[in-house]
Design a protein around this ligand. Structure first.
Ligand code: SAH
Length: 481
């Protein structure tokens, strides 16, 4: 059952439960969390339902309801425990377009009931499309723990200030920033501590200062840019700061290598703009990206510049930072898990290891213009001593040339190399080889971008998970035996 969660209003006609048994009582009790009154169609009411009826919260209706009893209901739950009767009710409801739920008979349902976490004004609804109700219950228990018990009070308080905020500030980034300050700052903390008086005072203060800043155009808060590391692809590798930045964004400029799962975490209203950057593909020139970031921040927006891995590792983050500083725009940099680190973690191969490698060097396999690098800035002979790890980014097409340069500089023939494609993504692929095999025949690895190449003795340590092996040297055969 494919479903879309919505909240149904119970302000009109009451919902209808069909059946008078214990199951019907459970469903009625659930509805009474939000409905003032529930109509129950049954010949006889069980004890709990009778009690609700005594309190005036349940009104008994004749059993076997027809079209007139079902029309206009916000929701009908058929819990007669009689298959034919449930099917009859479901059919009428379906024909009338009234949402209907029949416990444990998904085929008859046009509506699924969510597991609910209830914090007054704040309701969290959990659905598993009827596939795993126990999982939904566990999630609910977890959320119960996680969500502050006074969250609903906070939301209710915010609701009381809505009109005043709307009067004080026009709709737009300024107003949203005010709410962010309220929810992230001392006002919310005071409210959650149960100190409503202080919370009200603090909100008053926030509104006043936001309003005066808004009125005084010169002082109007400028936007800002967050240079955010999106990690290697798996959204679970995002930092909490990265998630918070995504949730605050008015606009997100992202690179090709940023995973879809990461983008899904952006604020729903945020504009998502791809600025390319996949190798070879047409992309927005860096100068234009810089100009876009500056322009949007100057317009007062919260701009997220989302970059694969870490923004400061082969990400041109430094150039963007310079451009923003030159325009005096506030910048925050949020680090990300760089591809080399993600690859190493996935393989469970340490990049440095007390007995094997003492340094790690991240190098780019491309120079400006797409050529293989000359590495003239690197002391390759020193690195060739053996106890160093070299992680090459952007080296898929230049891998063979790089391997040959390293051999020429004195790297030993059989040095293990591990290539990891799409690290941390569902289609991650790893290939073990040697530096000489790579120099002779890089094609046989069948590598595709994005991939990192790890050169060094650590690449010969036992790796976790499936590794394809392209062997051309005895020593490595031993290492993997
Ligand atoms: N700032 C990024 C690197 C950008 S350069 C970071 O810190 O990871 C782009 C290169 O990163 C790719 O050519 C590839 O070498 C590497 N890369 C990025 N994502 C990767 C991934 N999921 N798996 C393997 N390599 C990746």
């Amino acid at each position: 059952m494919r479903t879309f969660p919505i909240f149904v209003s119970f302000d009109g006609k009451p919902p209808l439960v069909v059946g008078g048994s214990a199951l019907a009582a459970i469903k009625t009790r659930l509805l009474l969390k939000r409905a003032e009154r529930v109509d129950v169609a049954a010949d006889a009411l069980g004890s709990e339902l009778s009690q609700f009826a005594g309190e005036g919260r349940v009104v008994q209706q004749p059993s076997r309801p027809g079209v007139d009893q079902i029309r206009g209901r916000p929701l009908v739950i058929s819990a007669t425990e009689d298959e034919d009767e449930d099917a009859r009710i479901a059919e009428i409801a379906r024909a009338l377009g009234v949402p209907v739920n029949v416990p444990d008979r998904p085929a008859l349902c046009t509506a699924a009931l969510a597991a609910i976490v209830d914090r007054g004004e704040v309701t969290v609804a959990i659905g598993t499309a009827a596939a795993a109700p126990v999982l939904a219950q566990r999630l609910r228990a977890w959320l119960e723990n996680e969500l502050h018990p006074r969250l609903g009070d906070l939301a209710a308080l915010a609701g009381q200030f809505r009109d005043r905020v709307a009067a004080a500030l026009p709709e737009g980034p300024g107003r949203r920033r005010l709410w962010e300050r309220i929810f992230d700052g001392p006002a919310a903390r005071a409210m959650l501590h149960g100190d409503e008086i202080t919370a009200r005072k603090l909100i008053d203060g926030e509104i006043a200062s936001a309003a005066s800043a808004e009125n005084d155009r010169a002082q109007r808060p400028q936007g800002r840019v967050l240079l955010v590391g999106a990690g290697p692809g798996d959204p679970e590798l995002l930092t909490m700061k990265a998630i918070r930045a995504l949730k605050a964004a008015d606009v997100v400029f992202y690179d090709k290598l940023v995973g879809d799962g990461v983008l899904e975490l952006a604020r729903r209203e945020a504009e998502l703009i791809s600025v390319g950057k996949a190798k070879g593909a047409h992309s927005v020139p860096q100068s234009q990206i810089n100009a876009l970031l500056v322009a949007r921040a100057k317009a007062g927006e919260t701009v997220v510049r989302l970059k694969g891995g870490d923004p400061f590792i082969f990400g041109r983050g430094g150039e963007e930072l310079d451009a923003l500083r030159a325009e005096s725009i506030a910048v925050e940099v949020i680090p990300g898990v760089t591809a080399g680190a993600a690859a190493a973690a996935s393989l469970q191969i340490p990049l440095t290891h007390r007995d094997v490698s003492h340094t790690v060097t991240f190098v780019s396999g491309h120079e400006a213009g797409g050529k293989a690098p000359s590495f003239e800035h690197l002391d390759l002979r020193a690195l060739a001593s053996g106890n160093n790890t070299l992680v090459v980014y952007m080296g898929v097409t230049t891998g063979a040339v790089i391997a040959q340069r390293l051999l020429d500089a004195g790297f030993r023939d059989g040095l293990p190399v591990m290539a990891v494609e799409n690290a941390s993504r569902p289609d991650e692929r790893r290939v073990a080889t040697t530096i000489s095999a790579l120099a002779n025949d890089a094609e046989s690895l069948g590598l595709n971008s994005p991939a990192v190449l790890i050169f060094g003795e650590v690449a010969g340590l036992p790796a976790a998970g499936a590794v394809e092996t392209i062997l051309a040297h005895e020593e490595v055969v031993r290492a993997y035996a």
